[in-house]
Design a protein around this ligand. Structure first.
Ligand SMILES: *Cc1c(COP(=O)(O)O)cnc(C)c1O
Length: 467
């Protein structure tokens, strides 16, 4: 060991010395004795290491205290935090899929921090059902006789299969054996639900009589799965949902329709491809399942809508209890569904729909605003480029939305590289997820929320200065 290192190690205060300092006493009171002790020990050991690797040349009390303070505040910061999504992928599964509507904020705040009539019928003065709160709205919006809600659509599909196809065959087209991601695969789910898979047709073509020929005494249901995250194009054929439903009805077997994303509003008016609407699916199926946090723009949830007697059966399935939704989900779902009662305003009020249908002019306007702000940084070169965004979340597969990208290049005399800058933005105190392309960072304005321009500017300013 060098003399300098020995000297510095001696200068490090002991735990007991530190405990006498007023600021540490305050930490003891604020964070608890245990937390403070861990922070002190961790900090001292970190500083010792730094001394031994010659990373520091002085030890001061201020420096030690600062180190402990940083350690404590890091322990108090939740790992799950806000990020800025500049990727242009609207339903970004890794970034939390749908954003809830700001219009429901106050209501959510009230429900989450007070008692509620979650399972209490105020009029009858007796126990009620938590599902009641969204039942009427779902009936009205979907046109279904009844509906129920579980934790997510994967749970909805499992629950439906578990209820109706135990020890029976499930007929499904080979073109619809979907994997959703996160190892949720339709064939496995059917088996888990106690059913046997009866594949019909081929990957690209399945005819009505393929289904017809497969119906036997053993048939439990026809399962239709919306191929939400891929498209089969070219030499293809499949029966319409109506035809399939007629077949199921005449054979006296239920038709289950897993829609995946749930869409109440026809977005083809906004230039997007036609996706089946929930209302259409409900009118041509016995049971329809869809997600709450995909195109619907609500909280994570799985909605099951369909025939009254079938929903009744689901309500009596023991599994329902294991898949039941929390009051936070129900509150967010009910308030989101209420926004759909006014179709003129819903596109503005639900962020997911707003970001998908935002006009070209508004995108350009937002791109100009961001570009102007970032241009205040002398170290960067900013341009606006045409590009494409994606809906994401396994909806509108292969479809690209035209957008504007704010492109950032670094002026050549800067030491920090674009790759390093992107990493700093991603890992900083306010993470920003942008696209890295060649020697530039691209910000897609489609998925930026109010006020995030300013946050991007502030973070960039800090990072370029190397803070
Ligand atoms: C997304 C999706 C699911 C799963 O929904 P989650 O709400 O993510 O659980 C199931 N089926 C289809 C067709 C889907 O697109």
């Amino acid at each position: 060991m060098e003399d300098k290192q020995i000297r510095l190690l001696r200068q490090l205060p002991s735990v007991n010395e530190l405990l006498q300092i007023e600021r540490v006493k305050q930490w003891n009171r604020d964070n608890g004795i245990k937390e403070t002790k861990i922070a002190i020990e961790e900090s001292l050991s970190q500083l010792r290491q730094k001394i031994l690797s010659n990373e520091i040349n002085t030890v001061t009390e201020t420096k030690v205290l600062e180190n402990i303070g940083q350690y404590l505040s890091k322990r108090q910061t939740p790992s799950l935090q806000r990020v800025i999504n500049a990727t242009g992928v609207v339903l970004h599964t890794n970034l939390g899929r749908s954003l809830l509507s700001p219009t429901i904020k106050d209501y959510l705040n009230e429900i989450m921090f007070s008692y509620s009539n979650l399972e209490y019928d105020l009029k009858k003065k007796k126990r009620g059902l938590r599902y009641y709160h969204v039942e009427k709205l779902l009936q009205e919006l979907t046109g279904a006789e009844d509906a129920i809600v579980v934790n997510n659509n994967a749970a909805a599909v499992m629950l439906v299969l578990d209820t109706f196809v135990q020890n029976k065959e499930v007929i499904i087209s080979r073109g619809e054996l979907v994997e959703i991601g996160g190892s949720f695969r339709i064939p496995e789910i059917v088996t888990k639900g106690g059913g046997t898979l009866k594949e019909v047709g081929t990957t690209n073509k399945t005819h009505l009589n393929d289904y017809q020929n497969a119906i036997t005494e053993q048939t439990g249901a026809i399962l239709k799965v919306h191929t939400s995250n891929y498209r089969i194009v070219g030499f293809t054929e499949k029966p319409s949902t109506e035809e399939l439903y007629q077949l199921a009805q005449s054979a006296g077997i239920p038709m289950i329709n897993d829609l995946g994303s749930g869409l109440f509003i026809d977005l083809s008016k906004y230039g997007l491809p036609k996706e089946p609407l929930i209302q259409e699916a409900v009118s041509t199926s016995d049971i329809v399942t869809f997600s709450g946090d995909k195109l619907l723009g609500g909280p994570q949830a799985g909605i099951i809508a369909g025939k009254k007697e079938m929903i009744e059966k689901i309500k009596h399935n023991q599994l329902l209890r294991a898949l039941r939704v929390d009051k936070m989900t129900l509150a967010a779902l009910e308030a989101t569904l209420q926004l759909y009662l006014n179709p003129e305003k819903v596109l503005e009020e639900i962020p997911t729909l707003k970001m998908i249908t935002i006009s070209d002019e508004n995108l350009m306007e937002n791109a100009k605003k961001l570009a102007e702000m970032l241009n205040k940084l002398p170290e960067v070169k900013i341009t606006i480029e045409k590009g494409t965004s994606q809906v994401g979340g396994g909806s509108f597969p292969g479809y690209l939305l035209p957008t504007y990208l704010v492109k950032l290049c670094l002026r050549s005399d800067k030491r920090i590289s674009v790759t390093k800058l992107e990493k700093c933005l991603r890992c900083g105190e306010q993470p920003i997820i942008a696209r890295l392309e060649h020697d530039s960072i691209l910000f897609d304005v489609r998925t930026l929320q109010d006020g995030e321009d300013e946050l991007i500017y502030q973070q960039l300013k800090k990072r370029i200065k190397g803070e």
